[in-house]
Each structure stands twice: as C-alpha cells, then as structure tokens.
Ligand binder design. Structure first.
Ligand code: ARG
Ligand code: ZN
Length: 861
C-alpha cells in the first residue's frame, strides 16, 4: 500500500494514442476506450482501474480472454508487441460523491483526474510519465447538455437519434491522463480573446451557470493579464486556439489545469462587488493565473511520478506569487505568504504528516497536495531566485524548457537546469528537496566600534520530524541590512543589503559597517525558517518604522507581540498587568499617529498574530494560558488607544467600490479599526458598526462589520447575521461566509448552534465548500471551540469527520488536520485527541485517505 519514491521504474510500454467515446445517459455512462500500445518486452500489461464495471475487452478487433481483473487492475497477458486494445466500461457518475473521476456537479457532468482519478473512468496506466495523444467523442442529450467539452480543439460535431448529439475533440499535445477533462452541461459562455506576441489568436471561453455571465468578467480579465505577464516575464506563450474555463459548484480543491480546459471551483471564478471580498478578488486573479501558468510548468513539462509534485506545484505557486506581486501590493503579498508558512506549514512539519517538499513515501497521493509541497515548495524556488538573481533564474527557466519540453521529469532535472544555466553547483541546495522540518537559525551579533566591524555568529539546527530522525545542514540564504539611529540605512560591506548563504551548522561573518542601531535580518522572509535573534522593543519598532522592506516592518511588530504574549503566558499564565503591555501600547500609538502611507502594511503592523501562528512558536503549549494572553491583549490594546482607532476609522471615506491596491489597503485598515473600536467599547460603537453594515457597497465592508461584531456583541452579531441571511439565502457561495462566521464565533453554545446550521436549507454535506465553511472553520479557526476543556469540541469535529468520510474522503482527510497536531498540547488534551483518533481508527469503513493520517497520528510515542 505504501509507495516509495526510490521504487520508480519506467514503463515497459508506450501508448502513443488513446481514443475515448463517452455515452452519457441517465444513471449509467458507457466509456469505450481504444489504446494503441507498443510493448518493449513480453511482460503482461497491467492497467489501473478502480470501481469500474468491465463490459468488454478486444485486442485488434477480437474478444480477448487472457486477462484477469482485481479491485485495482486489469492485467492482460500474451499480447502482441504492437496492438490495439479496446476496453468498454460502465460508470455511475450520479453516485460519485467523492468528486474524483467522472461526477455530477449540479446538473452537469465534469471530471477531476489529478492525481489518480483517470483510473475511475477507464482502465489505463494511470501515471504521469505515460504521455498520449487524445481523441475524445462525447454523446449526450442535446437539450440538457448542449455544451460538450474536452481538451484541445473541437474537430467534429453532429446530431444523433432520440434528441442526442455528439462532439469530437482532439488534443494535439501529448499529455498524461491526469490532464484529461470532460465537461457536459448547459452553460452561459463569456467569450473574450487574446492575441499572443507571435500572433496566435486565442479564443477565451468561460462556462458558468446560467445568469452569471457578468460575474466572470474579472476572471476573464485576470486571464488576459496572466497571459501577457507570462510572455513578458518568461517568454512563454499559449499554444492552442482555445482556452476554456468551466466553473462548477462541487469541487474538492481550488481548480485544475486540464489542458485547454480548466475546471474551477466556482468561488474562484465568479465575483461582483456586492458578493465578493477583496480577498476573493485576489484569490480569483491568483488562481486563474496559477492554472494558466501550469500550461508550461506542469503540462508542457510534467512530472515523472507523483513524488515530484512540487516540480510543477512549487514552481507554479512561485510564478503565481510573482504575478500577484506585480498586480497588487508586493509587500502585502509577501506578508501573507510568510503567514501561510508560519501558521500552516510549520504546523505540518511539526505533525505526524511531516514530509519533505518531495515526499519519499505516500499511501494516498491526494494527501500530499499539501502546504509543504505547494507553499514551502514555492519558498524553495524563491530561494533559488534570490541566489541566482532575476536574470540567472530566467536563464535557468529557459534551459529547463529547451531541455525538457514534452517530457515528464524530476525535481532534480529542474535544479540541474538552473545549475547548468548559471554554472553553479547546487548539490547542497538540493537537500531542501529531501529534508523535512523547519530549520531554526540563531544569530548572535557583536559590534566592535574601533574596527567598525560587525561580527555575526549564525547557527542552524533542524529538529527531528516524525518522518525523519536525523537532519543535515541546509543552504539558507539570509538577507540582512542595518539601520542607524535616525532610521537611515547603514552600509554592510558597502552594500545596502546582503544575502548571507549559510551552509554549515555554524558560521561566522565579519562585516564592515558604521555603528548600527538595529539589524534587519531575514528581510523579505528570505528562507522558510524560524529565526532566533534577540532585539529590544525599541529596535523592533525602529525596523517597523524605517525598514525599506515591507515584510520586515510587519515581522518586527509581530515579533514584538509574540514575545510579549508568550512571556505573559509562561510567566503569569496569561494575565496582563499594565506594565507588561506598555511597550506594545506605545508602539501602536506611534504607528497610529504616524503618517504611514501604506495603509495595508499599517493594518498588518497593528494586528496580532493569530492563535494558530502562536501555537507554532514553542514545542509544547499551555493552550489555556496562551489563549488567555491573546484574548486579554486584544481589548487592552484596543482600549489604550481608543481615540486613535476611531480617528483612523473616520479618516477613511467610503468610495465607489473598485478592486485596486489603494482601496484594498484603506478598507483593510478601516475594518481593523472598526474591530478594535468594538473590542474597546461595543456599546458605544455598535451604531457605527451597524451603520457600516447597512451602508456598505461591497462585501469586504459588509464582512468587516460582521467580524467586528462577531465576538464583541452577541446581540448585534445575531441581528446583522439575520439580515445577511435574508439578503443572501439564495446564493450558497455567499452563504459560505455566513456559515463560516457562525462556525468561528467564540461562544459557549457554539456546538448546538453549528449543529442547527447543518439543517439549514442551504447546507449540504455533499458540497465541499459548504462543509469547509462550517466544519473546516470550526476546526481550523475556532480555538475556543476546538480546545474546550471538556473535550466537546474535538469530539464534535470527530463526529463530523465520520460522516463526511463516507461521502468524500478528500474532504474528511483535509478537515482532520487539527486533530493531528496533538503533541504540542497538554497531557489532558493529548488524551482527548488520542481518544478521538482511536474512535476514527475503529470505524469499519474508514477511507484510505483518512486512515493514512489517523494511523500516522496514533503511531506517535
Ligand atoms: N493541480 C491542481 C492545482 O493546481 C490541484 C489538483 C488537486 N487534486 C487533488 N486530487 N488533490 O493546483
Ligand atoms: Zn497547481
């Protein structure tokens, strides 16, 4: 059941061509597949297939007897070296609630094949290194399914008997089967076009539920921007005449980059100001770009095997991050990316699911579409970028495409292209691919005023993870600069900033510089590490005020808050006295009074780190004390500077809504101020909060008001939530925000409230977006609920997981994540967690997905 990276064997055959015919009909779909096979030896041909009903097998036109089938495979023996194999199977898409393979979403058919869903459609070698040319014929009822789509170009269409019709598609590019897609339904189509720099005319088509055309405009424009950007920055052009995007309501993830036919979770396509937040717009632009960028990093050059997933995902996330930075605020983007790493990726590294960005062992591949493979993978690419520079990185990319276009390759091939293009030995750097865990870097500094020398002693240590006991030093780029007392830059070795490349366990550096007041280390979050570097509150505030690196400014303030909260939790079990918080209050006052023009950064500098981020700071956590510390600090800071929050709040006027960086920043600050006003004095500001809710001309401000009321005034919250429900109950995707607000609320009766919500007319266990909004928000973002002393929160979560797992294992396996982080907890909670994990393990029909994680968690000593 365990698959190992080192067991890779190249296939002993090739399948240059496959042609597929789908007969879509009520209940049952018939798939007829014809493979042209070339075998390199006389071993049997083993095809993957799961939950398929086999109807017929023919080889070169005659029925074939020499085969066997089991749950997972079809094995064909005594085949000629070259032959044509026809296999007929039957499927039941209506019954497919796992949303993998061919399934129904609303009234439409669609597919999700990555990673191993194609084997649920037909018998085939379901591995990414088998590249074939696809011809696909789809037949269906014409009135109910006017749109029949697959990859590539439409080459034929026509009428059939009994009101049916057919369409034939041919994809001119060879591809692995995970990039296959089929969609059948009745859609409205938003059309646009794009002319590539070499003059190819591309039709852009967005297929959306009827009545939603106007909501796809932003996604279309995002696609056009992404296409232009990839030409400008990487010289990469689109390669087909049509690019289609289909928005569906039932989808396990964000989106899928099927060749020429992306399938998207509708929430990452559809937007208008009334119903989408600034964050929704940001995500749409970034995911549209991500899937588009896959056309080169993923499709034209694909993965040899699934252990190499980060080859395409880490690289494509890095590319979409670069794009988003160019389209919006680079500093804010970087702050958010670092947050994801520190809050989620560090948690994964500290959990039983710890794995390197290129995993060595996998049971269920769907469990490895992780924040480690994706986001830490992107950080690893970013470190390469930092070390090679923009031009060096581009040279490496050019070499990668010129060497590997049309191939299925490995992460090593990618790094080698980078190394060769830059004449650099990257052997040591490659350890990032094979080593899991979060490196801890400590920096000690000493300044010699006579010699004008700065001495830095830097050491690294990566603690053992549950998958790997011993760790070796990594190549860690640490970007550093310095500030003088006035806040001006101090040159280090005559440069404004340096990238130190730490290679050994311990290294010392001597830099010449004038007396620095504060060192600005790990600028730009130059490596995904935990840094230990002691600084005074004064130095941190100095960096927050004067650094030219946006990330560092926010990071300095986060460090200040974190240190204070951890100390308060450890030393006075979370109780604040007026002394403890004073430096924080003072720092916030300075910031609130400053003439800072970047309002988004200002808002970030004024926000406390999440409880989830705090959880990652230490090996063991006193949950109650830490929660008390964080809960106590928020109102304390809010009250101390109350007039300043109000003044800032009132200084930001409402305008006509536009999604653009300045407005986004202003709304971010305004809504944070409103939250602080409510934290300070809910009676006094309830009217302002309500007024904002009622006058809002966009969803960001609507939600801003709801969040400000969520944990500060139950009556106001309930009143506004009722209004929200009345306005939006017909729009399930918008109602997800409402479910999430309920599920994230801090209140005593939280469990009975969310139990009730499961009977809400809009809620559905079968829709992953609904389930994530309600159950996911509780598990991930309601620490008061989850960590409830009597264990009721974790018990509730477990009960939901048992239900969800029967419907959709990919969803249950995601939502179990909070249950895996037990080692940080106190003994009492560890017992509760373990008890619930055992309850899961005892389920008679646990999915492979969930069972892989549950058993890893239970194996901890
Ligand atoms: N490749 C898709 C993306 O860009 C994700 C597919 C996830 N599939 C899965 N079974 N988990 O990022
Ligand atoms: Zn991707």
């Amino acid at each position: 059941q365990v698959k190992r990276r080192l067991d890779y064997q190249p296939p002993a055959f090739s399948i240059p061509k496959i042609s597929l015919t789908f007969e879509l009909a009520d209940q049952v779909t018939t798939v007829r597949s014809t493979l042209s096979v070339e075998k390199f030896d006389d071993s049997p041909l083993i095809l993957d297939g799961t939950d398929l009903e086999l109807a017929a097998i023919m080889v070169d036109g005659t029925p074939w007897q020499d085969y066997s089938v089991d749950e997972q495979h079809l094995t064909l023996r005594q085949l000629p070296r070259r032959c044509e194999i026809a296999v007929h199977t039957r499927l039941y898409p209506e019954k497919n609630t796992a949303l993998e393979g061919l399934y129904q979403s609303g009234g439409s058919y669609c597919t999700q094949c990555e990673a191993e869903g194609f084997r649920r459609i037909t018998y085939f070698p379901d591995r990414p290194d088998v590249l074939a040319s696809y011809t696909v014929r789809i037949e269906a009822d014409k009135t109910r399914y006017p749109n029949l789509l697959s990859n590539g170009n439409c080459v034929e269409r026509g009428e059939l008997e009994e009101g049916r019709h057919y369409v034939v598609w041919h994809d001119p590019f060879n591809k692995p089967c995970y990039l296959f897609a089929l969609v059948a339904g009745q859609f409205d189509v938003l059309r646009g076009n794009y002319t590539t720099s070499s003059g190819r005319e591309v039709q852009l088509e967005f297929y959306v539920d009827e009545g939603n055309l106007h909501k796809a405009e932003f996604a279309l424009q995002s696609l056009q921007r992404a296409m232009r950007w990839d030409e400008d920055v990487y010289g990469l052009e689109y390669d087909l005449d049509v690019y289609m995007v289909v928005a569906v309501d039932f989808f396990n993830m964000g989106a899928m980059e099927n060749k020429g036919l992306n399938v998207f979770n509708a929430k990452y396509v559809l937007a208008d100001a009334d119903s989408a937040t600034d964050t929704d717009y940001f995500n749409i632009e970034s995911i549209i770009a991500h899937e588009y960028f896959h056309n080169w990093t993923g499709n034209r050059v694909t993965c040899r095997d699934w252990f190499q997933l980060s080859l395409k995902e880490g690289l494509t996330v890095f590319r979409d991050q670069q794009f988003s930075a160019d389209m919006s605020s680079p500093a804010l983007c970087r702050v958010q990316q670092a947050k994801v790493i520190r809050e989620q990726q560090f948690a994964e590294d500290a959990s039983p699911m710890a794995h390197p960005i290129r995993p060595d062992e996998v049971i269920e591949m769907n469990n490895f579409y992780t924040v480690t493979v994706y986001d830490k993978g992107a950080e690893v690419i970013r470190m390469l970028f930092k070390m090679l520079g923009k031009d060096g990185f581009r040279k490496g990319m050019d070499k990668y495409f010129s060497r590997h276009d049309g191939q299925a390759v490995t992460c090593d091939d990618f790094v080698q292209a980078m190394a060769d293009a830059n004449h650099r030995d990257l052997t040591l750097f490659k350890r990032w691919y094979s080593q899991s865990g979060t490196p801890q870097v400590s920096i000690e500094q000493r300044y010699d005023p006579e010699r004008k020398k700065l001495y830095l002693d830097i050491s690294q240590h990566t603690p053992a993870t549950m998958d790997q006991a011993s760790k070796r030093p990594l190549l860690i780029p640490i970007e550093i600069s310095a500030l003088d007392e006035e806040g001006h830059p101090v040159l280090l070795d005559s440069r404004k900033s340096l990238v130190l490349e730490l290679e050994q366990k311990q290294q010392s550096y001597v830099l010449s510089c004038e007396q620095p007041f504060a060192l600005n280390v790990l600028r730009d979050f130059s490596a995904p590490i935990k840094l230990r570097f002691s600084q005074t509150a004064q130095q941190r505030l100095h960096i927050a005020l004067y650094s030219d690196d946006g990330f560092s400014r926010v990071d300095a303030m986060q460090g200040l808050y974190q240190e204070a909260m951890i100390r308060c939790a450890n030393e006075s079990s979370g109780q604040w006295d007026s002394n403890r918080a004073q430096s924080l209050i003072d720092a916030q006052r300075v910031l609130l009074n400053s003439d800072e023009t970047d309002l988004a950064l200002l808002a970030e500098m004024l926000s406390l780190p999440s409880f989830e981020t705090l959880m990652q700071l230490e090996e063991r956590i006193d949950v109650d004390a830490l929660m008390r510390a964080r809960d106590g600090l928020e109102p304390l800071l809010a009250c101390a500077n109350e007039p300043l929050w109000l003044r800032r709040f009132e200084s930001i006027p409402q305008t006509d809504y536009q999604y653009e960086p300045l407005q986004v920043a202003a709304r971010k600050l305004k809504n944070h101020c409103l939250l602080q006003m409510m934290n300070a004095n809910p009676q006094q500001y309830a009217e302002a909060c309500k007024a904002q809710y009622q006058q809002a001309n966009n969803m960001t401000d609507t939600l801003g008001a709801l969040k400000a009321a969520q944990n500060t005034s139950e009556t106001l919250f309930d009143e506004l939530m009722q209004q929200f429900e009345q306005r939006w109950h017909h729009a399930p995707t918008v109602m997800d925000k409402w479910f999430a607000l309920h599920a994230g609320a801090k209140r005593k009766d939280i469990l009975s409230r969310i139990d009730l919500l499961q009977d809400h007319a809009v809620f559905s266990w079968k829709n992953p977006n609904r389930v994530r909004a309600l159950v996911g928000t509780f598990g991930f973002y309601n620490p008061h609920g989850l960590y409830a002393e009597d264990g009721s929160g974790v018990r509730w979560l477990t009960e939901q997981l048992i239900q969800i797992d029967k419907i959709n294992p990919q969803v249950s396996a995601r939502l179990v994540t909070p249950l895996l982080s037990l080692t940080k907890l106190d003994d009492k909670r560890q017992l509760q967690w373990r008890h619930e994990l055992m309850r899961l393990a005892d389920q008679p029909t646990l999915s492979v997905d969930l069972s892989e994680k549950v058993h890893k968690a239970l194996n901890i000593q």
